[in-house]
Design a protein around this ligand. Structure first.
Ligand code: FES
Length: 102
């Protein structure tokens, strides 16, 4: 049993310490935005951020996570952006949408 901090929330997971983080995120926590690609540390589809550093979760075993480490997935970044957008005046949000659209 391990306690992880994922997207700002503490969660308890049960897995073998050698289990790659991607499978804990996807199968136990339902965070499926973390994708499975090459399984060979090449494509980056499984990238997540741990303590501000991008890692490949397909090659990052649970045993490499320390208590208190902060894991951020795509879902976490998406929630952050939505929270920031809600704080911005409407005209600023429209400007940001226009920039994102190209
Ligand atoms: S699945 Fe390709 S680097 Fe992890």
């Amino acid at each position: 049993m391990a306690i992880l901090c994922v997207n700002g929330q503490f969660v308890e997971v049960a897995a073998n310490p050698s289990t790659p983080l991607i499978w804990i995120l996807r199968e136990q926590l339902g965070l499926i935005a973390t994708k499975y690609g090459c399984d060979n540390f090449v494509c980056g589809a499984c990238s997540v951020v741990v303590n501000g550093k991008t890692i490949r979760s397909c090659s990052f075993p649970l045993s490499s996570i320390n208590e208190g480490d902060e894991i951020m997935t795509v879902e976490g970044f998406s929630n952050q952006n939505q929270a920031i957008s809600k704080q911005l005046p409407v005209s600023t949000v429209n400007f940001k949408v226009a920039l994102d659209a190209g």
